[in-house]
Design a binder for this molecule. Structure first.
Ligand SMILES: Nc1nc2c(ncn2[C@@H]2O[C@H](COP(=O)(O)OP(=O)(O)OP(=O)(O)O)[C@@H](O)[C@H]2O)c(=O)[nH]1
Length: 242
């Protein structure tokens, strides 16, 4: 079995899946340096969970989240959490291969993590050389720490514009904008046009969190602890929520 066949088996996807009802299934990968928050972004999106303690991702982890888009369109995002150290591994191009969307994540408080996205971006372009490139997005994480922001908004926007990337700011800690970003990516991949109201409702759903956090950190931490107690799926590699 080749590396790619082995990975497809692990995520429950095979080449003969095309006729299955879940044919709107897309592979979305997160790339970026270690500690920028890739695992945290995915945990927040898939399980509404945030861990303060850092556990390095070795190699790759897989998650699945199902989303309902307008017009009764259901889509499954297969989200690949690729460890930051993978840039030094031969396997990294195998992980990138066949991605439908790539999210380049950095930590807004760490300028090096932003500068190194140039290398991650080049790696993706090289992997897709001569092929249709995937949808690509830039994601600045940890906006709850915006008082420590080390990357200017102009730099962020310029990088996104030059490389034709969607650009997002998120916080895995508060959940701000996480759902809205993945929803936008899923809609684009599925060819679904989102109305202004749909986009706004996604954003409104998370905004109060960040306001509470900025004004009352203790309260947010209490709410998070309660949420984490409720989350029984800690450590689980996949989730499926409709
Ligand atoms: N304040 C804050 N901390 C965050 C946020 N996202 C992640 N962190 C913290 O940053 C650290 C690293 O997060 P991870 O999600 O493990 O980072 P990663 O990019 O997956 O790291 P690798 O596995 O090494 O590739 C953890 O201690 C998280 O709690 C955020 O939005 N805000």
């Amino acid at each position: 079995m080749t590396d790619m066949e082995e990975i497809k088996k692990q995520v429950g996807q095979s080449d003969s899946d095309d006729d299955e009802p879940e044919n709107l299934q897309y592979k979305v990968i997160l790339l970026g340096n270690g500690t920028v928050g890739k695992t945290s972004i995915i945990n927040r999106f898939c399980e509404d969970y945030f861990a303060k303690t850092y556990k390095q991702t070795i190699g790759v982890d897989f998650y699945v989240k199902r989303l309902e888009l307008p017009d009764n369109i259901f889509t499954a995002l297969q989200v690949w959490d690729i460890g930051g150290q993978s840039i030094f591994s031969k396997m990294v191009t195998t992980y990138i291969y066949e991605a439908n969307a790539v999210i380049f994540a950095y930590d807004i408080t760490n300028h090096q993590s932003f500068a190194d996205l140039e290398d991650w971006h080049q790696l993706v372009l090289k992997t897709f050389e001569g092929k249709e490139p995937p949808l690509m997005a830039l994601m600045g994480n940890k906006i709850d720490l915006n008082h420590m922001q080390a990357v200017k908004q102009e730099e962020h926007e310029q990088f996104a514009e030059e490389n034709r990337l969607y650009n997002f700011y998120v916080s895995a800690k508060t959940g701000d904008q996480i759902e809205a970003c993945f929803y936008k990516i899923a809609a684009d991949l599925s060819g679904v046009k989102l109305s202004k109201e749909m986009i706004e409702s996604q954003q409104k759903a998370v905004k109060p969190n960040i306001i509470d956090y900025m004004n009352n950190e203790a309260e947010l931490e209490k709410a998070e602890e309660e949420q984490q107690k409720k989350t029984k799926k800690k450590g689980k590699k996949t989730c499926a929520i409709f």
